[in-house]
Unconditional design. Sequence first.
Length: 487
Amino acid sequence: MPNNIFYTLQKSSFLDQKLQAYADTDYYPFHMPGHKRTDKLTLPNPYSIDITEIDGFDNLHHTEGILKDAQIRAAELFGAKSTFYLINGSTCGILSAISAALPKGGALLMSRNSHKAAYHAAYLRELETIYLLPSLTDFGISGSIPPAHVKQALEEFPQTGCVFLTSPTYDGIVSDIQAIADIVHAHGIPLIVDEAHGAHFMFSKNFPTPALRCGADVVIQSLHKTLPCLTQTALLHVNSKRIDMNLVKRFLSIYQTSSPSYLLMASMEKCIRFMREEGPGQMAEFTQMLRQFYKKAQNLRRLKIFTKDSCAPSDCFDHDFSKILISVGNTGLTGKELYDSLLQAYHLQMEMSSGHYVTALTSMMDRDMGFQRFWAALESIDHKNRSSDSDSSDQLLTTEMIYQIPKPGMSISMAMEQHTELLSLKASTGHISQEYIYLYPPGIPLVAPGEIMTGKLVHTISLCQKQGLSIEGLNDIENQKIKVVKM
Ligand SMILES: Cc1ncc(COP(=O)(O)O)c(C=O)c1O
């Protein structure tokens, strides 16, 4: 079938051609970016508006004209004192915020399930890292960070200079930022919230309260993840004097490219204008679609959809229900099989799969037709697949497995600068790791650089592998060998 678009897609060996062929298919995106490849927002031919810092177009690293005004408009819309455009994603916002909040060698209290950018900031700024463990939900994903744990940690580690949390998580779990901000501020230090997955919150009361309204000092949001904006676009909001604005600017000028794309910045300007004019209305329609979906989902017999109500309130303070988590339940499928089935049989591209669930990321740019196709596919899979004797969630992790943060042998940055040797995991007991080992979900590192490998940890890793859970982070793709600090 040489004329078939799917044939063209398979045969394309150049990225631009393959992307075009893909755009012509009926694959539906339940993944980022939040614009969902719709033509609701358009920009001119990218080549026609791609410029550099020519006269009249300002300079992102020294704004005094059109970009300064754009950032002021963004701050007004999101309710921040100051807002910075990021064209290197939330990644560069996290690096800059942590770097600005602490002196070199300072102490950072951070949630253990933080994005790697927070770990990288600790590496680059030689920080002492102290970890907050999220609770673990019955669904097997990381829950909220309990405010009491923040209080306890700040009393135990009075050297802490800044607290960094992720809310919502990739799975949509939100922590009680208001209560945490009060605790952190009582210690006179700033709270940085990675709200990369929550830029849409402020446009609807049906979603969790945005961190900026809860007293966070710095909030970082990816526009591209949940709003109609091009990939890499994000915002960094500063909302208090607990963080030095000049230092924020200094680090942004280090971590952002010196050639910011005007195409990306135009996309941000357009997205922000769209959200100001149409955001609340679009979010209201989107909420309706989501509510209908969740209502129908109650009829599923084998698949299970995550909801806030299925968790203990202490495990999930709030949940962003635009992130739809579908557990394989007792279909007898694995998360990967469910993901593959949705993709191959129904042309529905999910955001990700894990051992026992798949994630569909939705946004206000989703169309009714997309939700209908999704529902029809789930209903059919739910009917077709056999019941397995045991609910696969029975085999989930025990808290014991992930709540054993190894003892630090040295800081992340010190470990990264050492000579290393490659050992089998079995032989690594007693050695200091130079690598991360993540268990996904819940996305918490079992070990980070500088931490000491233990027999129990090695046993946990092999147990996870036997259960088919996803171990990530090691250089060795077979997950058999680890780089450790040479003794
Ligand atoms: C929780 C979290 N924070 C930050 C980031 C980085 O965001 P960006 O891709 O905009 O750099 C991600 C990326 O997936 C993320 O999941």
